[in-house]
Design a protein around this ligand. Structure first.
Ligand code: BTN
Length: 321
């Protein structure tokens, strides 16, 4: 652990109470100026640390900044957490770590992404401190053909975690967006690397982006219509939410080929019973969404009664307004 991390750990242990710089310096075996530097860096990372002459340092009780010790406090799944202030994309950082041999359950979390990636080559808007952007390194034993199970389990895990923390009615829009209040509050992007000889995963990276609160000035441009925040105001929940998402997902992942999340996915599917727009070569057509089949395909009925099962890799549908 770095001096900064060790200092944060001590402040976390004494959250809400003063700890003198001399005491931290003594415990870490470093100078008081090294502690001062570490505290300055922690403040720059967004931690609210109060300091006064002869008072020492005090991590504010309401400091909502993402922090490894805080996430660990709530987390049940054994993980290696890597927290970054800003990265291009946590998926890219996680892929680099996976290539270097990082273990399964290495989790990269960032306060901001400067080039967050969405599905189908889109960007994922990831401003500082209003969301959780994280990527989990997985080394699945099941075949890549079942990769959709990762994404769909993550969608249920996020929806459950949001609900646990008070987000109103989180629902899943097939295949892996989470909505609340009619707006998208979470997107999921799973990427993988494969061994072509064995046909197995070398690793997969599960990327999850959650809009926790609205960015200052609101969401930009065309996102304004579609994107929303899971919570009304800036909530000091980030650490608990990150832990809950990881733990919920870990429960499903342990038995993933058995689809332990299928029934829960169906319960939370917001398209079921609705009219949807399906893109096609001749433009969009409407259909009635009937439900989700055992392979997480969307079952739809056309106006003439024809039924079909849509695969997520081939088509993405819109809700007919
Ligand atoms: C989508 O909505 O199309 C998927 C968005 C996925 C965003 C997450 S944020 C963490 C991880 N890093 C990325 O660059 N993308 C994913």
């Amino acid at each position: 652990m770095s001096i900064r991390e060790e200092t944060l750990k001590i402040l976390e242990e004494n959250r809400g109470a003063d700890v003198s710089g001399a005491e931290i310096a003594r415990r870490l075996g470093v100078s008081r100026s090294a502690v001062w530097k570490a505290v300055s860096a922690l403040k720059a990372d967004g931690h609210t640390i109060l300091a006064g002459t002869n008072r020492g340092y005090c991590l504010a009780a309401e400091s909502g900044a993402l922090s490894v010790p805080e996430i660990q406090k709530y987390l049940k799944t054994p993980c290696t957490l890597v927290l970054k202030k800003a990265v291009t994309s946590t998926n890219d950082v996680a892929k680099d770590l996976a290539e270097e041999g990082a273990a399964e359950w290495t989790v990269v979390i960032a306060r901001e992404q400067t080039a967050g990636k969405g599905r189908q080559g889109r960007q994922f808007y990831s401003p500082a401190d209003t969301g959780i952007y994280m990527s989990i390194v997985l080394r699945p034993a099941f075949p890549p053909a079942q990769a959709l199970l990762i994404t769909t389990a993550a969608a249920v895990a996020v929806a459950q975690a949001l609900e646990q923390l008070g987000c109103p009615d989180p629902a899943i829009k097939w295949v892996n967006d989470v909505y609340s209040g009619g707006k998208k509050v979470c997107g999921i992007l799973t990427e993988g690397a494969f061994d072509f000889e064995s046909g197995r995963f070398r690793y997969a990276v599960l990327g999850i982006g959650i809009n926790l609160s609205a960015p200052a000035g609101g969401f930009p441009g065309e996102l304004r219509e579609k994107a929303g925040a899971a919570f009304a105001a800036g909530e000091p929940l980030k650490n608990r939410l990150a832990a809950a998402v990881i733990d919920n997902f870990a429960r499903f992942y342990a038995a993933l080929p058995e689809k332990p999340h299928l029934a829960l996915y169906r319960q939370r599917s917001m398209l079921t019973g609705k009219t949807v727009l399906i893109p096609g070569p001749k433009g969009e057509r409407t259909a009635q969404a009937l439900g989700i089949d055992d392979d997480f395909r969307l079952l739809v009925a056309s106006p003439d009664g024809t039924r079909e099962a849509l695969s997520s890799g081939e088509v993405s549908v819109k809700l007919f307004q």
